[in-house]
Design a protein around this ligand. Structure first.
Ligand code: PLP
Length: 396
């Protein structure tokens, strides 16, 4: 059996996304900036896609900028807010310790330029409270950037309430909604969101395409200079096939959101219940306020990398953290942020589901994880010390 449980890293493209792209790779290949009718056909598709995305997010078409994905949208949102703030002498930015690296590394760069960054602690359940944000806001704060849902532990942040705090204090609020888009409801007006990033390949669309929503009146700074595409804020010939695929995928996701949420949540809770039976294991992140498709555990006495390799051998495709940190020896910054110590954070496993998974696959995965954990512990000197009482268990 092969079970794909790495949907937080990327998803399989849906048939409707693929079908929406094909005409723009074959027949309608004009450049939307061209004045002839071949170009104008592409331009019409682009205008239509922008309106459809805007409708799904609850904003206006002119507030949508197409980017190369979530990372670019995060970079552009944060850099833009920093430039706007910098001009007014406001050089303080608030974020959290468990953001995606697209956010954290951009903030590092701004810190080197003289910005002051406050990273809020997240609680053990992986949730930031609006009160923490209110307390951290200063006279010179120009931006609060907090993710909608975490990519490793799946926890959902109180975005609307955080947005309300920011609005009251006149501070821009950006949210990295890459894990949320297509999976959780989004309405930027109702949720007090000034800027939002999303990425198509996390909701069954193509890779290399995303959206930056920026409320009208917010002046975006260019990351890429060149032609006048995207109102002059993002140069480069538009990736029309990818934009059409993304738009179809997002419409599809939101038209099935209720049934998908119900189905995936049931599979998630079945998986959590099964894996919880493994002794000295712990679920990371709040059990309820988490993405329908996210399961993340730590196991005492286990190396995440060996666990992944053995699971792969049994056909279970999983991850130990974010795809960017796997492969490095550093434990996940997200697990450290919620208070897991190094030894424990190393033994982590993320399983992220989609609506294509079945109960049969989940049951196979539970059995396989149980067997592999037992096998690895059987060979581990650390585990022997724990069992013999020479070392104390951290996970009780
Ligand atoms: C995947 C991801 C990104 C990066 O998106 P890309 O389109 O791959 O650049 C950013 N933030 C979060 C939370 C993500 O999960």
């Amino acid at each position: 059996m092969q079970v794909y449980l790495d949907n937080a890293a990327t998803t399989k493209m849906s048939k409707s996304a693929i079908n929406a792209m094909l005409p723009y790779m074959d027949g309608i290949y004009g450049n939307p900036s061209s004045l002839h009718s071949a170009g104008q056909k592409a331009s019409e598709a682009l205008v239509g896609a922008r309106e459809r995305i805007a409708r799904l997010l609850g904003c206006e078409a002119r507030e949508i900028t197409f980017t190369s994905g979530g990372s670019e949208a995060d970079n552009q949102a944060i850099i833009s807010a920093a430039r706007i703030g910098g001009k007014k002498g406001k050089k303080h930015i608030i974020s959290t310790t468990f953001e995606h690296h697209a956010v954290l590394h951009t903030l590092n760069r701004l810190e080197k330029e003289g910005f002051e960054i406050t990273l809020l602690d997240v609680h053990e359940n992986g949730i930031v409270l609006p009160g923490q944000v209110a307390e951290a806001i200063r006279e010179d704060t120009c931006l609060v950037t907090i993710m909608y849902a975490n990519n490793e532990i799946g926890t959902i942040q109180p975005v609307r309430e955080i947005g309300a705090v920011c609005r009251e204090r006149g501070v821009l609020f950006h949210t990295d909604a890459v894990q949320a888009a297509g999976h959780l409801p989004i309405n930027v007006r109702e949720q007090n969101i000034d800027m939002l990033s999303l990425s198509a390949h996390k909701f069954h669309g193509p890779k290399g395409i995303g959206v930056l929503y920026a409320k009208k009146g917010i002046l975006l700074s260019n990351l890429i200079e060149g032609g006048a595409q995207e109102r002059g804020k993002r140069a480069g010939t538009e990736n029309i096939p990818a934009i059409m695929g993304m738009t179809a995928a997002l419409e599809e996701a939101y038209s099935h959101i209720n049934e998908n949420t119900e189905k995936i949540t049931a599979l998630r809770d079945r998986l959590i219940a099964g894996i919880s039976e493994i002794p000295h294991s712990i679920l990371n992140g709040d059990a309820k306020k988490r993405l329908p498709g996210n399961v993340n555990f730590c196991f005492e006495g286990i190396e995440g990398e060996s666990l992944l390799l053995l699971l792969d051998g049994k056909g279970v495709f999983a991850s130990s953290g974010s795809a960017c940190t796997s492969g490095s020896l550093e434990p996940s910054h997200v697990l450290l942020a919620i208070g897991r110590v190094h030894d424990i954070a190393h033994g982590s496993l993320r399983l992220s589901l989609s609506d294509e998974n079945t109960e049969e696959e989940i049951d196979y995965t539970i059995e396989t994880v149980k067997n592999v954990v037992e096998y690895l512990r059987g060979m581990s000197p650390v585990w022997r010390d724990l069992i013999n009482g020479k070392k104390e268990f951290i996970i009780k």
